[in-house]
Design a protein around this ligand. Structure first.
Ligand code: TYD
Length: 215
């Protein structure tokens, strides 16, 4: 799905990719880049983004891998997203801000849908009925092989939020292939960024795409 930017309103930009692809680092670098250019920027994340969503996040990203099945996850991610859109994303866009969001609907399509076997039609319907069918203006898919991503994740100090990471390489290969598929289906919205480079080169490539939208 594509979404045309409205120049009078803000911009909604999401970051997607497998585990360890460097989304957080790139969101922070892009935020500084945009702030230097005097844009008002808000950063947020999913699951989470609101105090309520952050509380629910804890239960989703920690604990045993089979604590929730993929349908339950899909419903919960959508509930968190609806609150997030109502309380954070829509107000920010309407106030002319640039919203940088760590994961959004494409993660649900890929993790619960393609890797978790929930029908895509059901997920698209949930998004359309309960999340206003709101799509980002632009999405950066940070493309890193699942093997390399998992290697990076193992080195993290905080190992509590690792329920999804523990799903194994087979699952994460499906996640990776899922993001590639979404990029191929919506190449204008979902930009494929080579994330296997040093962070400044990855950031440069992101800036070049952003500049086309904001200048
Ligand atoms: P995140 O904090 O971005 O993890 P990481 O920084 O390790 O990439 O997201 C937490 C996990 O939630 C991540 O493993 C992917 C999963 N997730 C879904 O399965 N579906 C969704 O809709 C979202 C938003 C996240």
């Amino acid at each position: 799905m594509e979404n045309k930017p409205n120049s009078r309103k803000g911009l909604f930009i999401t970051f997607e990719g497998g585990e360890g692809a460097g989304k957080t680092t790139q969101i922070n670098l892009l935020k500084s880049f945009l702030k230097k250019k005097n844009f008002n920027v808000v950063t947020t994340r999913e699951p989470g983004g609101t105090p309520e969503g952050e509380r629910v996040r804890k239960f989703l990203v920690s604990g045993k891998i089979n604590s929730w099945d993929a349908y339950s996850e899909a419903l919960i991610f959508n509930a968190i997203r609806r609150e997030h859109i109502n309380k954070v994303i829509k107000p920010a866009i309407n106030n002319g801000l640039i919203v940088l969001c760590d994961r959004y609907v494409d993660s649900t399509i890929v993790y619960q849908g393609i890797a978790g076997n929930v029908e895509q039609k059901f997920l698209l319907e949930l998004h359309s009925k309960y999340c206003y069918n709101l799509y980002p203006h632009l999405t950066f898919f940070l493309n890193l092989s699942p093997l390399k991503g998992m290697e990076r994740v193992k080195k993290r100090v905080d190992q509590t939020e690792n329920r999804f990471e523990n799903l194994g390489l087979n699952y994460h290969t499906k996640v990776y292939e899922g993001f590639l598929k979404l990029h191929k289906e919506s190449p204008k919205r979902i930009i494929n960024i080579d994330a296997d480079l040093n962070e400044n080169l990855v950031a440069k490539s992101i800036y070049s795409h952003i500049s086309k939208l904001i200048i």
